[in-house]
Design a protein around this ligand. Structure first.
Ligand code: CP
Ligand code: NVA
Length: 314
């Protein structure tokens, strides 16, 4: 096959440490160079002028949808949305055919879906970059924004102590992948039966990260530089009473937060369920940087797009 390699971003390892470091640097530069208003004004170099991103949503989204759209505008390009409810994909047209058709029409595809295999199949059949905008398995775009937020708030990634409290879900999987790449340590406070996939724990450890799983929330939080949680019920999951009861001791509240380092920051990818996984005191408190994190989705998204289009990272 003589076609140039297409840069997909299905998981963080598709890019690797050097490229992600380049993304973080580019995101900080572009963020610093922009005035706050108007949000849709292109960056001076408009590096993706004329380029179009197609976005497939088989699950709801606010941040991912808006940040990719605004990110493309700021890079000089544009984005369009295919909802599963109104596209032929939602009526059973195959992923393979969708990939081949969209490849003729748009310059890159973002997909948010349930089954990760669907994103892989799309990438397999597409001739343009495919970006994972969240699957049941992982959420790599979120973690580029999270890394950016940590770095912006003065944290050095290697050796950092990150505490995760609650469900061992898709967001945690991508954090574990990042831990292996950047060699930071993850202490996971998780009830039995809700642990992350061992594949991601293995990936982190293989990369040199220390990963500790504990059923003691205090043990996870103690001495942490970053405390992270997420919804106890991810999209597509049941609101099982049994699960909510198991999660209750892992709620991030003031007492748990006080076990972390005094300058620790609290992250949450949002949407949040204040009163469940986090108390209002912590969510609205001085250590919470969740809205910086949400804004950083735009800056991260732009750098991911620029990497996919071969503009940064070698
Ligand atoms: N954090 C995140 O991905 O948010 P959305 O579901 O709103 O896109
Ligand atoms: N774990 C959550 C993240 C939402 C952005 C979910 O999959 O629903």
């Amino acid at each position: 096959d003589l076609a140039p390699a297409v840069r997909n971003f299905l998981d963080l390892s598709d890019a690797g440490g050097d490229a992600i470091a380049a993304m973080l640097a580019d995101a900080q530069d572009r963020k610093a160079a922009r005035k706050s208003w108007p949000k849709g004004r292109p960056d001076a170099d408009a590096p993706l002028a004329g380029h179009v991103l197609g976005m497939i949503f088989e699950k709801n989204s606010t941040r991912t949808r808006v940040s990719f759209d605004i990110g493309m505008r700021q890079l000089g390009g544009s984005a369009l949305i295919l909802d599963s409810g109104t596209s032929q994909l939602g009526r059973g047209e195959s992923v393979a055919d969708t990939a081949r058709v969209l490849s003729r029409m748009v310059d890159a595809i973002m997909i948010r879906t349930d089954d990760h295999a669907k994103a892989e199949e799309l990438a397999h059949h597409a001739h343009v970059p495919v970006i994972n905008g969240l699957t049941d398995r992982s959420h790599p775009c979120q973690i580029v924004a999270d890394l950016l937020t940590m770095v912006e708030h003065g944290k050095a990634l290697p050796g950092l102590e990150l505490a995760w409290l609650g469900d061992g879900n898709n967001v945690l999987h991508s954090i574990l992948e990042a831990a292996g790449i950047f060699k930071f340590n993850v202490r996971i406070g998780v009830p039995q039966g809700y642990e992350p996939d061992s594949e991601f724990v293995g990936l982190a450890r293989k990369g040199g990260a220390q990963v500790k799983l504990t059923q003691d929330a205090a043990e996870a939080a103690r001495g942490a530089d970053i405390v992270v949680t997420d919804t106890w019920v991810s999209m597509g999951q049941d609101h099982a009473q049994e699960k909510l009861a198991a999660m209750a001791p892992f709620q991030v509240g003031g007492e748990l937060m006080s076990l972390a380092r005094p300058n620790a920051k609290f992250l949450h990818c949002l949407p949040a369920h204040v009163g469940d996984e986090v108390t209002e005191e912590v969510f609205e408190g001085p250590q919470s940087v969740v809205f910086d994190e949400a804004e950083n989705r735009i800056h991260a998204q732009k750098s991911i797009l620029l990497w996919c289009f071969g503009k940064i990272g070698g």
